[in-house]
Design a protein around this ligand. Sequence first.
Ligand code: PEP
Ligand code: MN
Length: 262
Amino acid sequence: ARLAGRPAVTPVPLGSAEIGGPSFTVIAGPCSVENRSQLLTIASAVRASGADALRAGAFKPRTSPYSFHGLGVPGLRLIAEARELTGLPVVTEVVDVRDLDVVAESVDMIQIGARNMQNYTLLREAGRTRVPVLLKRGLAATVDELLLASEYLLDGGNTQVVLCERGIRTFETSYRFTLDLAAVTVLKERTHLPVIVDPSHAAGARGRVVPLALAAAAVGADGIIVESHHDPASALCDGAQALPVEELPDLMRRLEHACAAA
Ligand code: PEP
Ligand code: MN
């Protein structure tokens, strides 16, 4: 349910769903596509939970050059298959401007990740597409810098932009990133673009994901993007923060209550 007295939001379509519309949007799925059965298993569970869309990375920006960087284009094909199978719209990240066209034609929403929030060439090119963009806040970006980054997309004529608070670098080291929920309230004052929250990368550990997701609903976010896996212990990327897919239905129920209470 919509928060009473919320400021105006321009909804952004995500397949047959929309972000910033009457209901809170949940995008769920693995950090990365690992193989066909992994993705299809998780996608089916995401569908069954009642979530609105599937996330999965085919191109992964990784801190270490020796880590798994995703399956690339074959991963995009698996994402397309999962979309076909479940009917869920799909979101995936593009990390390199050279892959923009193939990503844009494969998915319902292009994710520009935190590490690329100020990749102005990528922003300009994504602004020339007409595919909705999920723009994540940089690890050390101010709200002003996030808003100016979004202007690169809008200036190119791509008006379908969703902002995402995913945690910033602070002095605190007891969790992965500091989820800046105050920034969500500021963004709600300053832009009509929908704002969602990624509780997973801030939490860094699955036990903290649900409380942060509920806090996002309480603070007036338009939705969340949450990492989930059928076998987190085997995940090739971000397994520690992945919510087991069996826990998604309960998260959906609790989010509904949190939105109703907010
Ligand atoms: C992700 O969504 O898996 C990701 C890499 O996010 P971020 O860009 O916020 O670190
Ligand atoms: Mn991740």
